[in-house]
Write a protein that binds this ligand. Structure first.
Ligand code: KG4
Ligand code: ZN
Length: 359
């Protein structure tokens, strides 16, 4: 039997996306970003995001169908992000999904956005369960043991900012362009990470929780101290601040990753693997360090291609396909959820990033 043809929809933050997938074959993936709409506001404005999703989702679906060279009536099931995220945007997608599923008379499956991210390494690298996942983006930061499409154990996560947010705020504080991650990484190349000392938050506490908000405060203090002392920042000061900040984020992620791997390995997985996903995984200093840690621990290291790590609908279609195969389907009572933790047993994380709920 051939795998079902699945249309995925994603609208939980500031990307409107649709994708068509059959099995592990991605036939199309269309993502329309909204950054230009939010640029003047210093963050995602939920009402603007929701309106743009409502306006653009049908265009994205048409483009995805065209690119996949299939017709709407060929689709076997609709998978849609049902949370967590900015509620107006999630609602736009869920309503669209319900309309399409009803009109086509085909099954509907509501997908957890974080499950979409967490299952992507199965789509891209065919990882087998259980594997360890580190999600590091502008909105998320957590360690998960992924056991199945609905079975996740959260080992820890950020108690305040996500690391991408910290990079973005650092860039803002130093007058560097957004998104902050790539600009701070580029500056850091010419800097000395030892010139300014940054804290390594939560390393003194056991477990895998992380914290990044103190780092940007430390950076602001260092910056202000240099300005008070010299009347301004030189290029070298800026590079040194970026290098010091990046080294602190890297060290914290490295130590918490070592701990997460130790917990995961207690289960003696048959094919041990760590997958990293999210925009921050693009940072070469962080990535190289994580890769080395995996090498030392004899754990396979994978990182899906960036366009499948950042928000997209292919991951939603793929997670939907695993859920459908497991017998999950929803009806018209499917609701949009602003918060939806993957691991219902883990204590809730505090904090709410500029990009929405971290769940
Ligand atoms: O996964 P993503 O595209 O979007 C969500 O957060 O959902 O991640 C974007 C984040 C931004 O905060 C950006 O600054 C960060 O990832 N980022 C990086 C790098 N490239 C992107 N952070 C550090 N180093 C990078 N090279
Ligand atoms: Zn996301």
């Amino acid at each position: 039997m051939t795998d079902p043809l699945i249309l995925g929809l994603e609208s939980s933050c500031d990307d409107t996306a649709a994708a068509v997938l059959r099995g592990r074959a991605l036939l199309s993936s269309v993502v329309e970003g909204q950054s230009a709409l939010h640029a003047d506001f210093g963050g995602v404005v939920p009402e603007i995001a929701a309106r743009a999703h409502a306006e653009r989702l049908d265009h994205c679906v048409e483009r995805a169908l065209d690119a996949a060279q299939v017709r709407l009536q060929d689709i076997d099931a609709i998978a849609v992000t049902a949370g967590p995220g900015l509620i107006g945007g999630v609602l736009s997608g869920v309503m669209m999904g319900k309309g399409l599923a009803t009109g086509l008379g085909k099954p509907l499956v509501g997908v957890n956005h974080l499950a979409g991210h967490a299952l992507t390494p199965r789509l891209t690298d065919g990882l087998s369960y259980p594997y360890l996942m580190l999600l590091v983006s502008g909105g998320h930061c957590q360690f998960l043991i992924v056991r199945g499409p609905q079975a996740f154990t959260r080992l820890g996560g950020t108690i305040d900012d996500a690391p991408g947010e910290a990079f973005d705020k650092t860039a803002r504080l130093l007058g560097l362009p957004q998104p902050g991650g790539p600009s701070v990484e580029a500056e850091a190349k010419d800097g000395n990470p030892k010139t300014y000392r940054f804290p390594r938050p939560l390393l003194d506490r056991p477990g895998c929780d992380l914290s990044f908000s103190g780092l940007k405060t430390a950076l602001m203090r260092q910056r202000d101290a240099i300005i008070a002392d010299k009347g301004g920042l030189t290029r070298q000061d800026r590079a040194d601040l970026c290098a010091g900040f990046q080294a602190a984020v890297r060290d914290v992620l490295a130590e918490k990753t070592r701990r997460a791997i130790a917990i995961y390995m207690q289960e003696a997985p048959s094919e041990p693997a760590l997958a990293v996903a999210g925009g921050v995984a693009a940072n070469m200093a962080i990535r190289d360090t994580l890769q080395q840690i995996c090498f030392d621990a004899k754990v396979r290291f994978t990182a899906p291609p960036l366009k499948l790590c950042t928000d997209n609908a292919a991951m939603i279609a793929y997670a939907g396909s695993e859920l459908l195969a497991a017998g999950v389907a929803h009806d018209m009572t499917l609701s949009a959820r602003p918060r939806w933790p993957l691991d219902k047993t883990a204590a809730p994380l505090v904090g709410h990033g500029k990009k929405g709920a971290k769940a």
